[in-house]
Write a protein that binds this ligand. Structure first.
Ligand SMILES: [Zn+2]
Length: 140
């Protein structure tokens, strides 16, 4: 287990997080709320004020999604998906981009309903957080 993983393991995300801004030589830097790595430097005024911005680095997004307990190993049921989203700063995300990225994905049907794969959720989270569409490479 990597050192970063251990730090993350201890800290569970129970609610929406605010962007964490560090005054880094006056310009400000956005820090990952879990591993404290710098995500972005040279912030906009809004980001600097902590109003918008990414709160988790890509590694930690992966980590949170893959370490959330689900009934089925392969993916998330609708209510589990809803619960998972509470751990992310949806207030700061473009949720249209999020749902757009999830549109038309393939899932698996179970007796409890459809499952959404972990990897699809991660892609959608990145789109929502970065306010963008899926790239060609991400599209499958
Ligand atoms: Zn991180």
């Amino acid at each position: 287990m990597k050192k970063t993983d251990q730090k993350v393991e201890k800290k569970i995300l129970p609610y929406r997080l605010k962007p964490y801004v560090k005054f880094n030589g006056g310009f400000g830097a956005l820090i990952c709320n879990l591993c404290y790595k710098i995500i972005k430097e040279g912030l906009s005024k809004k980001e600097f004020a902590g109003e918008t911005g990414q709160v988790l680095c890509a590694n930690c997004i992966d980590y949170v999604v893959y370490h959330t307990k689900t009934k089925y190993e392969k993916g998330f049921l609708a209510d589990e998906h809803k619960k998972l989203l509470r751990r992310f700063p949806t207030k700061y995300m473009n949720m249209d981009k999020y749902y757009e990225a999830l549109h038309g994905i393939t899932g698996i049907m179970t007796i409890d309903g459809g499952l959404i794969y972990h990897c699809d959720i991660i892609k959608a989270l990145n789109c929502g957080i970065e306010d963008r569409n899926l790239t060609l490479a991400e599209f499958d």
